[in-house]
Design a protein around this ligand. Structure first.
Ligand code: NAD
Length: 418
């Protein structure tokens, strides 16, 4: 899939790229390239057959200058210390890019969740929650869902935390089901910010979204909702993929029907609305107006980037381009709108959920979507102002300039202590 890029090194390189457009001494920036702390823990969990299995889990707290650490928990066989560190760093800059009052964190358990029963996943999740308990809290570190976790896991973590603390504190975690204190609009929030970024990007570039052709890599929470909402803008979804392969219909297909098919059958394979099956790499290099990578990091490396035919890329996944792919696409004038803006809807509505939990007052879905739209469109405006003001080579570097300035301002206001 990739040219073996370490995502933590990618993050550090992205900060260095932006540093060239900022006038900070190197020592100020050096502390923005490393996590403040990383918890690594081994979870011993009883399986359904009575045996014990040991799982490696992590939580990285990258930077707390702008507020409590915030970020998801991922269940995946590739979870590693460096991946979690990178993802926690991207959260810092994402929260700063859209101006919400959080630092960054991320966690994960190394496992393939498809190999375990629901009761085993519950025990694994509660075991992780017990280890996390001293480190998380409504004003300390607030986890959320990520790849292969959702409302179910968030509800278990909240419940474990509340029982151990003998309290009621729904704001300790976000992405919960509505009856456990979740927010309206949270499930669709990431896809919605991808759609809003796409809408603003096409407008800024003077391109018409109506009738534009779109390919979406990864048809999970982020990708399938983005596809559905971009479809609603009048665009034509012509290709999509998941881990089982890719589907294609040059005339476009109904993104909602594809989502329903995946929900019912577990994969996109066999979806009747698409006429051809083809490979994942074919999808990434298709001649489309918009490519939305919405699977995992490092999906597009240098060699794929050389063959990308899309005019615009809006990143739904975190870190889907390697730094070398970024260089190639910048040279080839492909407009890439970065993850730290495009997928920030998830953390933004998590922020709304946390605010609602603390107020014990819940908003309508309409209010959530309106407030999200204001935050993403304001952030987009700041991005293009900065892009034009700094002459940054691409939108990612410009977005990092905005985000780093905000983190450094907060750090300087607080001072370095001890
Ligand atoms: P998910 O598990 O719901 O979906 C992931 C999708 O990617 C699945 O359809 C899977 O089959 C597919 N996939 C995996 N490997 C693939 C490959 N090699 N080629 C094509 N498809 C592949 O996860 P998600 O929550 O949608 O997250 C996807 C990305 O979006 C991740 O990078 C995640 O960090 C990021 N993200 C998610 C949220 C959120 O709120 N869910 C928020 C911000 C960022």
């Amino acid at each position: 899939m990739s040219d073996e890029v370490n995502p933590f090194e990618s993050l550090q390189e992205q900060i260095d790229d932006a540093a060239a457009y900022l006038e900070y001494p190197t020592d100020v920036l050096e502390r923005l390239k490393h996590p403040e702390r990383v918890l690594e823990t081994s979870l011993s969990v009883e399986m359904d057959d009575g045996s014990i299995e040991v799982f490696t889990a992590f939580r990285s707290q990258f930077n707390g200058d702008r507020g409590p650490y915030k970020g998801g928990i991922r269940y995946h066989p590739q979870v590693s210390r460096d991946e979690v560190k990178a993802l926690s760093g991207w959260m810092v800059y994402k929260c700063a890019a859209v101006g919400i009052p959080y630092g960054g964190g991320k966690g994960g358990i190394r496992l393939d969740p498809r190999r375990y029963s629901a009761s085993e996943i519950e025990r694994i999740t509660r075991s992780f929650a017990k280890e996390l308990r001293p480190f998380i809290g409504v004003d300390k570190d607030i986890p959320a869902p990520d790849v292969n976790t959702g409302q179910r896991e968030m509800n278990w973590i909240k419940d474990t935390y509340e029982k151990l603390e003998n309290t009621t504190e729904p704001g300790v975690i976000t992405g919960k089901a509505p009856e456990s204190g979740g927010s309206a609009g949270r499930v669709e929030a990431t896809g919605r910010s991808v759609m809003l970024t796409t809408r603003e990007a096409f407008d800024y570039l003077g391109k018409d979204i109506d009738g534009a052709t779109v390919a979406v890599q990864g048809y999970g929470n982020a990708g399938s909702v983005a596809a559905k909402l971009i479809d609603d803008l009048g665009a034509n979804i012509v290709a999509a993929s998941d881990s089982s392969g890719a589907i294609h219909n040059p005339d476009g297909f109904d993104a909602r029907a594809a989502k329903d098919h995946k929900r019912e059958t577990g994969s996109l394979a066999g979806f009747e609305g698409a006429t051809e099956e083809f490979s994942n790499e074919d999808l990434l290099t298709m001649d489309v107006d918009l490519l939305v990578p919405a699977a995992l990091e490092n999906a597009i490396d240098r060699s794929i980037a050389q063959n990308v035919e899309a005019d615009v890329i809006v990143e739904a996944a975190n870190g889907p381009l390697t730094p070398r792919a970024d260089d190639v696409l910048t040279d080839r004038d492909v407009a890439v709108f970065p993850d730290i803006l495009a997928n920030a809807g998830g953390v933004t509505v998590s922020y709304f959920e946390w605010v609602q939990n603390r107020q014990r007052f819940y908003w309508s879905e309409e209010r959530v979507n309106d407030e999200l739209e204001t935050i993403i469109t304001n952030a987009f405006e700041t991005l293009v102002d900065t892009y034009e003001r700094t002459d940054a080579p691409n939108f990612r570097t410009a977005m990092y300039v905005v985000a780093i300035e905000r983190v450094v301002d907060a750090a300087e206001e607080g001072g370095i202590w001890p």
